[in-house]
Write a protein that binds this ligand. Structure first.
Ligand SMILES: Cc1ncc(COP(=O)(O)O)c(C=O)c1O
Length: 338
């Protein structure tokens, strides 16, 4: 029986080309700043996004949490959508690491607008209120089903943040999926954000890693916070080399993942037992079913198709580098037979 793992785009294994790049990486002690591959990855990613500097970290959670620490003081408040990964899935780190409260908004599939954010910014100087200091956006929005912001949508939010003296951070765990869908240019992102997390271990398919981008001073402080959190890695160049390889070879192909997701969404739309398919923009397909989601997941798993429920009636499929056309054909045939 064929196995198809649609649980997440984090399940990929390094390709032979990526492994070659890792084995031949030039490395040194990165805590001393001496790892050539890490330095190259940080500079390369920063240049791609029009930012001054980068910091290689073990995970997207760490880059996001370090950014929040850099851009807030204890007793501040940040604004994010209620689906935000930084709030829901980072273990309460906003409160624990930064002693910051969170104001949650209800965006459309996680997409916020300046009009939604503006009334939620607390008045300055009133001791009853936490001080609003940061807005966090996510692109693509994971829990929104891979929904995307365009730069045109981001611009008014960035303008509001500048006007009201707020920092703006992007959780770009799947930023390349967003760029693939919108056609926006990575280099333009640097104009709008104070911080950007770029994950290498989601759609780009590396085993480990995320790069935090910001200005030089912020990255100097972020490096200190990374050390405090135990994220200073030594010969991390073996991992950074996988990141460099992915930036060179795995961005262009993301459109294939999006095509695969669209094919699955199309088929799901024809299934009598599916009550709703969230319109698919990138590599995440969310769909609702007419019976308990876990029962359907069990049936799919029995046929070798790994996936997960995200709610009592909702299931998620995520396409990625290790999903090939014949596996999509197989999933479609199973969906037809259920
Ligand atoms: C939107 C988003 N942000 C951040 C992360 C955190 O990444 P990591 O698992 O590397 O900590 C994830 C993980 O899936 C994610 O989906």
């Amino acid at each position: 029986m064929m196995t198809v793992d649609l649980r997440s785009d984090t399940v990929t294994k390094p390709t032979p080309g990526m492994l070659d790049a890792m084995f031949s990486a030039k490395v040194g002690d990165d805590v001393f700043g001496e790892d050539e591959s890490v330095n190259e990855l940080e500079a390369k990613t920063a240049a791609m996004f029009g930012m001054e500097a980068g910091l290689f970290c073990p995970s997207g959670t760490m880059t996001n949490q370090i950014a929040i620490k850099c851009f807030t003081q204890p007793l501040d408040e940040l604004i994010a959508d209620q689906t935000a990964h930084v709030y829901r899935y980072e273990g309460g780190g906003i409160a624990f690491n930064s002693a910051v409260s969170t104001r949650l908004l209800n965006g459309e599939r996680g997409i916020l607008t300046a009009d939604m954010i503006e009334p939620e910014i607390n008045a300055v100087g009133n001791i009853h209120y936490p001080h609003t200091s940061l807005v966090v956006l996510e692109n693509t929005v994971n829990k929104g089903g891979g929904s995307c912001y365009t730069l045109e949508q981001i611009e008014p939010i960035a303008e509001l943040c500048r006007k009201r003296n707020l920092k703006l951070h992007l959780d770009g765990a799947r930023i390349f999926n967003a760029l693939t869908h919108t056609g926006d240019q990575a280099v333009d992102y640097g104009k709008y954000f104070n911080g950007i997390s770029v994950c290498l271990s989601k759609g780009l398919g590396t085993p480990v890693g995320s790069v935090l981008l910001a200005d030089k001073d912020t990255i100097t402080y972020a490096r200190r916070i990374r050390k405090v959190l135990g994220g200073g890695m030594r010969q991390a160049g073996f991992l950074a080399a996988a990141g460099i390889y992915a930036l060179d070879h795995h961005i262009e192909r993301l459109k294939v993942d999006h095509q695969h997701a669209a094919m699955l969404a199309d088929e799901l739309g024809k299934c009598a037992w599916v009550t709703n398919v969230v319109p698919t923009q990138t590599n995440i397909v969310l769909f609702d079913v007419d019976s308990p989601a876990d029962n359907i997941v069990t049936k799919l798993v029995a046929k070798g198709i790994k996936c997960g429920s995200t709610d009592t009636k909702r299931i998620r499929f995520v396409t990625h580098l290790d999903i090939h056309p014949e596996q999509i054909d197989y999933v479609i045939s199973v969906l037809r037979s259920l």
